[in-house]
Design a binder for this molecule. Structure first.
Ligand code: TRP
Length: 346
């Protein structure tokens, strides 16, 4: 595989995590100055006046990522399979709409499985570069391994948050190359509507006119179907949600009793979203030493962990315009209402 480069640009910002340092040292530091980002995010979220919350980016430790992989195979959760069907079926058509030469960046690449169809379609006509942006180092490494067999591609991973990573990609790309940004799996739906548009506008600001964004959006569907998708019979989604508390126990020495919290999925009709919560089954106290916290929960009180907004196909065209793009094409799956949308930066 001549000319094939694989390397990762990693950040030093997170070197004080549980994987690299002795956990007692971390806890001590966290108590002193909350230098551990996880501890301070947990503290902020759980001490909010009103609704307690935990940031959803912390779902994806190794166990959480494995549980999400299982969710994507559940009969009730058709989202990932719809996304993959559309990419597999329409990759050539999508790529044909782009001016060559094109390099690909992906925000939240995971294992890199979804990018494969697009990358293979591009690699058939030119050499290309793939820049996965991922906060999970293990996902990044998996992604680089998974795609290393594709000829005429160089892979440079960025262990960064989405926009920081994209800024680096933009600095890295060759002048003559157009950029195709992949933002798949309807992660956009995890922002509320105004924040989603703001995020897309920030992506647009990093791009040049003529660059493009392939955006996955989950579409509105009947409430019963939606509730099942986020509260499956086997309880995998419940385990995925509860793993967030288990992670706080593991990494911040907390004493959440997982048996005393229940996974709850709730439709929010006004926001056109489904909300995920962890509901306290009784009055209880929880200690999180590494975040210097002692928390009281009332019976029935919840921690909000994520919302997943659902869109109408037409609305996506307006979102594109509001963020400085033009939605050039849209592909909708027949089995599960989900759309792949090709935005061109204006
Ligand atoms: N972001 C995904 C989604 O909104 C992740 C997800 C699937 C999820 N099931 C979940 C997040 C349950 C929290 C709880 O579809």
């Amino acid at each position: 595989m001549l000319g094939h480069t694989v390397n990762a640009h990693t950040t030093n910002a997170h070197t004080t995590n549980a994987h690299t340092t002795n956990s007692r040292t971390i806890n001590f530091q966290a108590i002193r100055n909350f230098s551990c980002e996880f501890a301070s995010d947990v503290r902020d979220g759980l001490t909010r006046p009103g609704q307690k919350e935990l940031p959803s980016k912390y779902f994806y430790d190794d166990l959480g990522s494995a549980l999400f992989e299982v969710i994507s195979h559940l009969p009730e959760y058709g989202l990932t399979r719809a996304d993959e069907r559309l990419l597999q079926r329409h990759a050539c058509e999508i790529v044909d709409r782009l001016d060559a030469p094109v390099a690909v960046a992906e925000l939240g690449s995971g294992s890199g499985k979804k990018a494969r169809w697009i990358l293979e379609a591009i690699a058939r006509r030119q050499r290309t570069s793939y820049y996965p942006v991922e906060i999970s180092r293990s996902a990044l490494l998996m992604c680089q391994r998974e795609l290393s067999d594709i000829d005429s591609i160089s892979i440079v991973g960025f262990e960064r948050e989405y926009l920081d990573g994209l800024l680096e990609v933009a600095a890295h790309r060759q002048r003559s190359q157009h950029l195709l940004v992949l933002f798949l799996g309807s992660t956009i739906g995890n922002f509320d509507r105004p924040a989603g548009i703001k995020f897309l506008a920030e992506v647009r600001r990093i791009l040049e006119p003529g660059d493009s964004l392939l955006l996955g959006t989950d579409l509105e569907k009947p409430s019963a179907q939606l509730l099942k998708a986020y509260d499956d019979e086997l309880g995998v989604t419940a385990a995925f949600n509860l793993n967030l508390l288990a992670r706080v126990n593991r990494e911040l020495d907390a004493d959440f009793d997982l048996g005393q919290f229940a996974h709850v999925a709730r439709i929010n009709r006004q926001a056109r979203s489904i909300e995920m919560h962890l509901e306290s089954k009784r009055r209880q106290t929880v200690r999180i030493p590494a975040a210097d916290l002692r928390l009281e929960f009332a019976e029935g009180e919840t921690i909000w962990t994520e919302s997943s907004h659902k869109y109408s196909p037409e609305e996506v065209f307006q979102m594109a315009r509001a963020a400085g793009f033009r939605c050039q094409a849209q592909w909708i799956d027949e089995q599960w209402p989900f759309a792949e949308n090709l935005f061109i930066a204006e």
